[in-house]
Design a protein around this ligand. Structure first.
Ligand code: FE2
Length: 315
């Protein structure tokens, strides 16, 4: 058992990138030549006036749907960081302001980065944000997270002290998931909270997930459509639940508060959980199970009609 102890001790130290042993399976990404071992770009890209115009148009479009739907921490964070001042925000300025509030910084990365590097940055309160911005052709949907998704969608919530701590805990939990080869399960937790999470405010679900906040259709769908399930979050259940990556979600999970999310995460015995999980998911993404505290039982009409690519109506 000496090796196991050694690994656990290593996991407590988040100052340097961990060695990834050959029996840990991660995405085979190739690092661009100009990028360092930490996958950070040497500096933020210079944006053209068209890039800035794309940011402004995306910002304006989201602001037509988000007031009243986005959670208050998002709306306040956006204001505190002045994300609507025009053009792609400067990461140094953001980091300075964010640093003063919660100790986080925003660092430029060229693309999706390997899991162990991503977790390492989060564990050190650094948020890796895509450097590039989408084009007019990919205005509505891009597969790789760009600067609009990452900065508009994720960064405002890092001004909330509890959510900021949750993100750090998530990074710490990541290395452990890698040792058990259970990244899929931890990925589901990220997906259903950080990307597509809802939060109760005055008895009504509001949006805190960056995937919803930064997309054109999902804000209305997630909150108002009959189609998707809305279920109170239970970390054990969520980590066993499959998710959709290229369409709207059949199910959204709702947290009571960021304190509740933080508590459910830090008080989790992840060793025990990872040992009890199989390599694949237990629950389908549209399932409702006995233990669920259901806010809304979805009709799943959108998906039964074929989802994206069909003419299925959203609401
Ligand atoms: Fe994201």
């Amino acid at each position: 058992m000496a090796t196991v102890t050694h690994q656990s001790e290593q996991a407590q130290d988040f100052s340097a990138l961990p060695e990834v042993s050959s029996d840990v399976f991660t995405a085979p990404l190739k690092r661009p030549d100009h990028v360092g071992e930490n996958w950070i770009e040497p500096q933020q890209t210079q944006y053209t006036s068209e890039d800035d115009a794309i940011w402004n148009d995306l910002f304006a479009r989201q602001m037509e749907v988000l007031p009243g739907r986005a959670c208050s921490a998002m709306m306040e964070g956006m204001e505190k960081l002045d994300l609507g001042k025009g053009g792609v925000p400067d990461f140094d300025r953001l980091s300075e302001e964010l640093g003063a509030m919660t100790g986080w910084s925003v660092i430029p990365v060229p693309m999706l980065i390997p899991d162990h590097v991503f977790f390492w940055h989060l564990a050190n309160r650094r948020f890796p944000a895509g450097n590039f911005i989408r084009t007019r052709e990919t205005f509505d949907y891009i597969q790789e997270p760009d600067v609009f998704h990452d900065v508009f969608g994720h960064v405002p919530l890092l001004t909330d002290p509890v959510f900021a701590d949750y993100m750090q805990e998530y990074g710490r939990a990541g290395w452990k998931a890698m040792r058990y080869n259970r990244l899929k399960a931890l990925g589901a937790l990220y997906w259903y909270t950080v990307e597509f999470g809802l939060i109760m405010e005055q008895g009504e679900p509001k949006i805190f997930g960056a995937g919803i906040l930064s997309g054109p259709q999902e804000a209305v769908f997630a909150l108002e459509a009959d189609s998707p399930n809305r279920i109170m979050l239970n970390v054990d259940r969520v980590m066993r639940t499959d998710y959709v990556i290229d369409d709207l979600q059949p199910t959204y999970f709702v947290i009571e508060s960021f304190e509740d999310l933080y508590r459910q995460t830090v008080e989790r015995d992840f060793d025990r959980l990872y040992r009890s999980l199989g390599p694949s998911f237990t629950y389908a993404n549209s399932a409702i199970i006995d233990v669920d505290n259901v806010v809304h039982r979805g009709t799943q009409e959108y998906f039964l009609r074929g989802g994206r690519g069909s003419s299925a109506k959203l609401v």
